[in-house]
Design a protein around this ligand. Structure first.
Ligand code: 6R9
Length: 572
């Protein structure tokens, strides 16, 4: 795909010279930022909150929170006390100790964040769950992790099969009308009385911090364990990729049930001492733009699916808001279509910076930095201190422009340390040569930019040609009638596979054979004849995860009448 690179806009960026940093960077330098380099022990929550409460940032706003009912702000000094209180509640009434799994299952609220930080201060391992999970999904995760404590709300309690979870000892409820017994505890009643003082549990850098469950294509979801050491990555990427500076107001739209909502919704921004905006409630374009206007958001981290929805809502409503505060926009979770980048230039006059990483990698690995050229459609270049390559199935590095496995050399600080209860699964991520294999296929161009092609199992082989579904999907969404597209390979006796596209149309477009033909021709002309979908099926909606990923395996299962596998992370 030929693209025009977008030049750098002038600015005082934290990372001024990428090439030089890539040459000389050493993670050891980052360790010096934290108090643990002297003591040997550490606690991420202390570094993220308490440390700032002792400095000039004491009265700086750490958290701006709002949802349809609440509108609040808390300084770093407030956050220190409130997370101490939460820790004391968990310790005194839930017997929480170092290493215990504490799960949090509730909609976004300030208390959710106090609880996560409080649990971490005790050295517990936090397991955040999407509030939309139903009983089966909740049970799988609490069971597998052996969770001892759960923090939830009275409304969500009916989805927690407490009697079937022998290891679950205490359930804290945040909300009205809590009936207490041996297991159930009224969190807020205890919280109000709790001491604001706490001695933080100092832990080893390799001790557990957070357990994020992610779904594979088969089997039960797997628990990805991260450790306190990950903060090196959270901190440095926040500096250089998010480019957070002292005056910034930062907004990450992700829920903490997704790794983006913890690594960059909690850890990164607060480790860097930034003002962090957190918004609850449902997505609505007007509310989103209003959030940027009201808080004067300067740095904004979101996902392609959200940008596509904003794009679909039209450019007129953008003009009703003053978005002049924005200076840096980033994206993660799915390939960022060049069309969306062009839309961003048009309506915000800013580049949207794609970042690539995974739950398993704990932090950003391949990114577009404010001080490098952006090639729309590319994920960017490896973070300093990170070695990325395209390798074949034996672990041999491939030359530029060859599609293969996107792999990372082991040794970056935020790499997962375990798949909970499943060492075989953990081992299956690695290849000879110390490569962590992502499961994504990609290629690297001559200038070292990486281009995403699809999940390895999504790559299509049609008449002997390898086609990455993302390229086809990106072309499809350039067509004015197409809101979203998901592309799969459908087995074909002659061609091996043919390309089949599932398409959701934009408002105002009608399904017709002419439109199908027009879309097909559009891809043929714009991309390549062999990449044009031979079959097109229109759907009102495409199956997506809560983090916005189009679930191609579900499309494939529909098509082939196969079981769809684990659907717990699919949006409603
Ligand atoms: C952070 C996160 C990981 C998978 C990953 C890849 C896809 C993420 C992407 C991207 C293309 C990007 N993905 N970022 N694909 N371009 N910039 O998303 O974690 O939910 O575990 O998903 O998401 O396929 O392997 P997670």
């Amino acid at each position: 795909m030929k693209v025009e690179a977008l030049p750098v806009t002038k600015g005082d960026y934290n990372l001024a010279d990428y090439d030089q940093a890539y040459e000389s960077f050493d993670w050891k330098e980052v360790e010096k930022e934290f108090s643990w380099s002297e003591t040997g022990r550490v606690n991420l929550a202390h570094e993220a909150i308490d440390r700032h409460a002792e400095t000039h940032r004491k009265n700086k706003v750490a958290l701006y929170y709002r949802d349809p009912e609440r509108n609040e702000k808390y300084t770093f000094a407030d956050m220190k006390k409130l997370s101490n209180q939460a820790a004391n509640v968990l310790k005194n009434f839930g017997d929480v100790e170092k290493g215990d799994r504490v799960f949090i299952f509730m909609p976004r609220s300030p208390e959710l964040y106090f609880s996560i930080l409080g649990a971490i201060k005790l050295g517990a391992i936090v397991g955040p769950l999407f509030e939309a999970f139903m009983e089966g999904a909740v049970r799988d995760r609490l069971e597998d992790s052996g969770a001892k404590v759960l923090v939830t709300t009275p409304e969500l309690l009916e989805r927690v099969p407490v009697d079937e979870l022998p290891e679950l000892k205490h359930v804290f409820l945040i909300g009205d009308g809590v009936k207490e017994d041996d297991v159930h505890i009224d969190f807020m009643a205890k919280f109000k009385e709790a001491s604001k003082k706490l001695s933080v549990e100092w832990v080893d850098r390799e001790d557990g911090l957070i357990l994020h469950y992610t779904s594979g294509s088969t089997g039960k979801p797997k628990g990805v364990l991260h450790v306190h050491n990950a903060m090196l990555q959270h901190y440095q990427t926040t500096k250089w990729v998010l480019d957070l500076q002292e005056e910034d107001v930062y907004w990450c739209t992700a829920d903490p049930g997704w790794v983006t909502g913890t690594s960059y919704g909690i850890f990164g921004p607060w480790l860097a001492g930034a003002s962090n905006v957190i918004v609850g409630g449902r997505f609505k374009p007007e509310h989103w733009y209003k959030t940027i206007e009201d808080y004067g958001v300067t740095v904004w981290y979101s996902a392609p699916t959200a940008f596509r929805m904003l794009m679909g809502a039209g450019d007129e409503i953008v003009k009703q808001f003053d978005l002049g505060s924005l200076r840096h926009i980033l994206s993660v979770g799915e390939p960022l279509n060049p069309e969306v980048v062009r839309w961003g230039m048009k309506v915000f006059n800013l580049r949207i910076h794609d970042t690539w990483w995974m739950t398993e990698t704990g932090g950003q690995l391949i990114c577009n930095y404010p001080s490098i050229e952006v090639k729309p459609g590319s994920m960017g270049k490896p973070f300093p201190g990170v070695k990325a390559a395209i390798v074949d199935d034996q672990g041999n590095e491939l030359p530029p422009n060859r599609m293969g496995n996107l792999a990372i050399k082991k040794g970056w600080p935020s790499m997962m340390r375990q798949i909970w209860n499943n060492p075989q699964k953990y081992d299956s991520y690695f290849m000879p040569g110390d490569w962590y294999v992502s499961g994504d296929s990609a290629y690297m161009d001559e200038e070292g930019y990486f281009w995403f092609q699809g999940r390895v199992d999504d790559v299509i082989m049609t008449s002997g040609e390898r086609v990455g579904p993302f390229e086809v999907e990106s072309k499809l969404v350039e067509h004015p009638a197409v809101a979203e597209a998901g592309v799969i390979g459908k087995p074909d006796p002659v061609r091996g596979e043919i390309i089949k596209a599932f398409i959701a149309l934009r408002d105002g477009y009608e399904i017709s054979d002419e439109l199908k033909e027009e879309i097909r021709t559009f891809v043929k002309k714009g991309l390549a004849a062999h990449a044009a979908p031979r079959e097109i099926e229109f759907r009102d909606k495409l199956p997506k995860t809560r983090s916005g990923k189009i679930m191609r395996r579900v499309l494939k299962a529909w098509e082939l009448d196969l079981p769809t596998g684990d659907l717990s992370t699919m949006e409603d």
